[in-house]
Design a protein around this ligand. Structure first.
Ligand code: NAD
Length: 297
């Protein structure tokens, strides 16, 4: 497929794009900074500028696309990751503005150019636990996509708004639009750097409900979304199969979630951030786990 990828120079995108290239896709990365990676084309553009988003949606990816003389090829899909990726980076209102307006512009341009597959980055923070003032617990475990999204911060608010925006565009266009409620993204080098501290102090992972997603497995997830057509509007939690700490599910429940209803029997290390829907509808099958990665380091 010919894919327009926004925000591909960032933490997640720079691991997802190589997965898509290896699958044979062509990728144009649209970002404020280029991604220096062989095989990827770059365009500097701002998602908050509607004109620039309409322009890139109708753009040659590289000089080679001039050669056939058959005009501009069309994009088959958009993967939209560009964002201010958390609170406390920019002012709250700027985070909200960039994320909501940017997402509107990207999806608006994509559906008006007739694209039939749009994948966008939402976030675990929509559930309200991650950036709560004080301690907030899930309403129930495992936390699935049906859990209420009731955040109290501007970043998570922007992601909830983006889900509403995406749903409305899907309704009118009939395109497949899949939102990924991504858990905390872990790059390969971060296992050795960060996980010893998580083993020593599991409480560090409470705000992520002890879950994580390997950046390469996130790449697999995006690939599966590109392959799987006809699901309309969907939201998927994206996480690895296990907890990010060296404690059993039962231990974590006793220590942190004794008063939280547990709705189904859980495996001894099973993530509280349910990835069952992604497995069922997309065949998602995470390949990396922190124990193996730490042992390799
Ligand atoms: N990193 C995580 O743990 C995590 C978890 C859940 C969801 N997400 C979401 O996944 C996506 C990628 O996150 P990330 O960690 O790679 O973030 P990142 O900040 O590392 O990358 C985001 C990219 O978007 C680009 N960008 C920002 N504003 C832009 C604009 N106005 N126009 C064009 N490009 C712009 C940045 O230059 C950057 O390269 C984001 O939507 C984020 O909210 C990330």
């Amino acid at each position: 497929m010919r894919i327009l990828f926004t925000g591909g120079s960032g933490k997640a995108g720079r691991h997802v794009i190589p997965v898509l290239l290896a699958q044979g896709h062509r990728v144009l990365n649209v970002d404020l900074a280029p991604l220096d990676l062989p095989g990827v084309d770059n365009r500097i553009a701002d998602i908050t500028d509607a004109g620039q988003m309409f322009d890139v949606m109708a753009s040659y990816a590289g000089f080679d696309e001039l050669d056939p003389g058959t005009g501009m090829p069309r994009f088959d899909a958009v993967v939209h990751f560009a964002a201010v990726p958390r609170i406390l980076l920019k002012s709250d209102n700027e985070c909200f503005r960039v994320n909501t307006l940017g997402t509107y512009n990207v999806i608006d341009a994509a559906v008006k150019f007739g694209l039939r597959k749009i994948i966008f980055a939402s976030s675990e923070t929509t559930y309200g636990v991650c950036f709560a003032d004080g301690t907030r617990k899930p309403d129930y475990l495992p936390m699935d996509e049906g859990h209420p999204t009731e955040p109290e911060d501007s970043y998570a608010m922007s992601k909830v708004v983006n889900e509403v925006t995406a749903r409305a565009f899907q309704r009118r266009s009939g395109a497949d639009i899949y939102g990924l409620r991504i858990n905390n993204v872990i790059e390969p080098h971060e296992y050795a750097r960060d996980f010893p501290a998580y083993v020593a102090n599991p409480g560090l992972r409470r705000r992520n409900i002890f879950a994580y997603i390997d950046a390469r497995d996130l790449g697999q997830m995006v690939g599966r979304c590109l392959q799987t057509d006809g699901l309309g509007y969907q939201i998927f939690n994206v996480a690895n199969d296990d907890h990010s700490v060296d404690r059993s599910t039962a231990d974590l429940i006793t220590e942190y979630y004794a008063d939280v209803p547990v709705r189904s029997e859980m495996g001894p290390r099973e993530t509280f951030y349910s990835n069952a829907k992604a497995k069922r509808l997309l065949g998602f099958a995470p390949q990396h786990d922190w124990r193996t990665e730490l042992a390799k380091a």
